[in-house]
Design a protein around this ligand. Structure first.
Ligand code: GRF
Length: 202
């Protein structure tokens, strides 16, 4: 299975995928990363990709006249690598209608909260501010909504009284990396179908 990974930041989830694939070998893992895309330059995620010898592409919203044009460019740039699955690993943009029309049902996102609680860009901060005692991460398929698509797997993390956003996010990310690597490998090796809100891994 060919993977394109989309990143916006430090790329530790990308690194976990790279490490898992290197360790098992692409055949045993079931997937290889064929390219890494980003919505901004000069991020650690892109450096990690370059260090791994992978092709990268950057598609910035502000280089485009409209969001629709950006969507078209990102779709074409991604399609050029003929991916079977796309992993949004800390990609901080909402994917557009053209992208989803082309790749719908094949885009996996990871979110640092237990959906449907605390969707959006500040899942960790919002869970903390609410006073939740458990939170975690959710790996799900992307649909037109913000963090609303069918859930594939979730991991639970306890909130500690002394937590601030950074400390809690760090513990969530440990669980998140393991979960993402496991889920992407299972989807790739076994195949899957999406039945309404249920994801069935064959
Ligand atoms: C992850 O926690 C992801 O869920 C969130 O941002 C973080 C990305 O981390 N949206 P990284 O870039 O993979 O290190």
């Amino acid at each position: 299975v060919r993977l394109v990974v989309l990143v916006s930041g430090s790329g530790t989830n990308l690194q976990a995928l790279l490490d898992a694939i290197a360790e098992a070998g692409p055949a045993a893992y079931g997937a290889e990363i064929v390219a890494v895309g980003a919505d901004r330059e000069a991020i650690a995620g892109l450096e990690r990709a370059e260090r791994a010898g992978l092709p990268t592409f950057v598609c910035k919203v502000r280089d485009h006249a409209s969001r629709a044009e950006w969507d078209a460019t990102l779709t074409a740039a991604t399609a050029a690598y003929a991916p079977d699955l796309i992993v949004s690993a800390g990609f901080m943009k909402i994917l557009g209608p053209e992208f989803l029309a082309r790749f719908g049902g094949r885009v996996v996102n990871t979110h640092p909260a237990l959906l449907p609680s605390f969707p959006g860009a500040h899942g960790v901060r919002d869970a903390l501010a609410y006073g939740a005692k458990v939170t975690g991460c959710t790996v799900h398929f992307v649909d037109e909504g913000v963090d609303t698509g069918p859930i594939i797997a979730q991991g639970v993390v306890e909130v500690r009284n002394e937590d601030d956003e950074a400390a809690l996010h760090e513990r969530i990310k440990e669980v998140e990396r393991t979960l993402l690597v496991e889920v992407v490998g299972r989807l790739a090796r076994h195949g899957y179908r999406i039945e309404g809100r249920k994801v069935c891994i064959s």
